[in-house]
Design a protein around this ligand. Structure first.
Ligand SMILES: [Zn+2]
Ligand SMILES: [Zn+2]
Length: 249
């Protein structure tokens, strides 16, 4: 199946012109070299960020390499790596993928990740990579899980096994956008669980969680809490786009 998919992608890339997911000019690749270059030059990777939550650090936080919020109330996850800011060049592409259901954008976003980020992440040792899940209801409404559609296309160390179904999500009618951090933390409690078939497999393992957008961190924190409750030893977040800080309390 993967072979057929790759063959189809190769044939379409040779026969059909693609539009760059950022500037929308037609050329050979899903993201053009000019947009890749400017993304590379301006991405979050070029800034000092909190090792734990990936947020930009202010000068007082530089020595610890950790933001004040993580120092005061450490999250359950151990590390976070983010490609770019939410307000950056890839925001349009992620909206096209999520809200217009244009699956081709997942290919372009993964392409951007692979060109800019994969080399830097090669050093990271982990056993499994899991996408943030959608509830069954959300999945059937959208037709795909955008985090998995990007995650399955990213290049990572071959020893890291990708598991799309190890964490599950209950359907929950709360509004993610907006709101204070404390209320988000409360709203997300009890939403995630580890599928029974994977509990033994994940015990004492090091896990990477892939998310398309990290906002308050409440979702990733709750996933990390559930994983650690189930005996996972280390949780690292890989995130495509990171928003700025949200107000605490
Ligand atoms: Zn472009
Ligand atoms: Zn932090």
């Amino acid at each position: 199946m993967r072979f057929l998919e790759k063959l189809f992608q190769f044939i379409s890339s040779q026969v059909l012109p693609s539009a760059c997911i950022v500037c929308e000019h037609h050329q050979q690749n899903s993201i053009c070299k000019y947009c890749l270059e400017s993304l590379d030059a301006d991405s979050l990777l070029n800034y000092e960020c909190c090792y734990q939550c990936g947020i930009n650090l202010n000068t007082l936080e530089l020595e610890e390499q950790r933001c004040e919020q993580c120092s005061i109330r450490p999250p359950y996850f151990d590390e976070t790596y983010c490609l770019d800011r939410y307000e950056g060049a890839l925001q349009h592409a992620i909206h096209q993928l999520k809200y217009q259901k244009r699956l081709a954008y997942a290919h372009g976003l993964a392409n951007a990740w692979n060109h800019i980020f994969s080399n830097q992440l090669k050093k990271i040792r982990a056993n499994y990579l899991l996408p943030v899940p959608l509830s069954t209801q959300k999945l059937s409404a959208r037709g795909f899980n955008q985090s998995w559609e990007i995650a399955r296309r990213i290049t990572c160390n071959p020893s890291i096994r990708k598991l799309p179904h190890a964490i599950k999500r209950h359907h929950h009618e709360f509004q993610q956008a907006g709101g204070k951090l404390a209320s988000r933390n409360l709203a997300i409690q009890g939403v995630f669980y580890v599928d029974d078939h994977f509990i033994e497999l994940l015990r004492d393992q090091s896990i990477i969680i892939f998310d398309d957008v990290m906002t308050s961190g409440a979702t990733l924190n709750e996933i990390a809490r559930v994983l650690k409750d189930n005996g996972v030893s280390h949780v690292t977040n890989w995130v495509l786009l990171r928003t700025a800080k949200v107000p605490h309390v």
